[in-house]
Design a protein around this ligand. Structure first.
Ligand code: ZN
Length: 259
């Protein structure tokens, strides 16, 4: 069995408030890591904002297959350098799962290219998550819908690019709807945005939510690929070389001179 190396990143600020620490004594990252840690093929690490390089050193990023991201209060405190490294790693093939308010995190906004804002309301409303693509790998083993009795409400418009696959749509008892499970391909990497997970609710201890995250990790895990070739490329077939006998410099000059 192939081991999937998962890093769970959390800004880890809300949980230092005793009210939130009661729900997540080991932080949201600790809860996710312990729930996902039951999967035999996952090797889990955690990283937080206050660690050097936010715990996302080159060594950690280069040995991460799938990065899970939770952030809210401190998006601006994430260094541009680390955010750019995360983006580059996704383009090179790393999977990225962005949770809840992570939709406004630097790595996600950079990878989407839009403002990624939405409506929101904290009012203990019911969230009903409809599985609209039951054949998608992230929906494997789920019923037709799941209900979270209390969650933060998000509402459309959610200013994201049209997802490559939309797996879940949420309905809230206040009337809003929201695209809550969005898949994207970016370069060689895959990105999954999943909406639930406000810090005031024990959402990340749920079996169904853990199932979705585990499915998403397996879906986003990089495949073995042949690195693509870019730039000048010799013909595979036998064709007459119109610049035969000329140096690369002369070829470039001749090609550019034509445009
Ligand atoms: Zn929230």
């Amino acid at each position: 069995m192939r081991t999937i190396r998962v890093t769970v990143w959390n800004e880890y600020i809300h949980e230092k408030d005793p009210r939130i620490a009661k729900i997540y004594p080991d932080g949201i990252h600790g809860a996710i890591a312990s729930m996902l840690g039951r999967e035999e093929d996952f090797e889990i690490r955690t990283a937080t904002l206050d660690m050097p390089e936010h715990g996302l050193t080159d060594d950690v990023l280069n040995t991460t297959d799938v990065l899970i991201w939770w952030g809210h209060l401190a998006h601006a405190k994430v260094s541009d350098e680390v955010a750019e490294k995360v983006r580059q790693r996704v383009l090179a093939g790393m999977g990225l799962i962005v949770l809840h308010s992570g939709h406004l995190s630097k790595p996600f906004v950079k990878l989407m290219g839009t403002i990624c804002r939405s409506k929101w309301r904290e009012n203990d409303e019911l969230e009903r998550i409809w599985v609209i693509e039951p054949g998608h790998p992230i929906a494997e083993g789920l019923p037709e819908y799941i209900e979270l009795p209390k969650e933060e409400t998000y509402g459309e418009r959610f200013d994201i690019p049209k997802p490559d696959d939309l797996v879940f749509i949420s309905w809230f008892s206040g009337g809003e709807v929201f695209r809550s499970g969005c898949c994207y391909n970016r370069g060689n990497g895959k990105v999954f945005y999943f909406r639930p997970g406000h810090e005031e609710y024990p959402t990340f201890y749920r079996e169904d939510i853990t199932r979705i995250l585990a499915n998403a990790v397996r879906w986003a895990c990089p495949r073995m690929i042949t690195p693509p070739t870019f730039g000048h490329y010799e013909a595979i077939e036998h064709v007459k070389d119109k610049f035969e006998g000329r140096s690369m410099e002369e070829r470039t000059h001749a090609t550019l001179g034509k445009t």
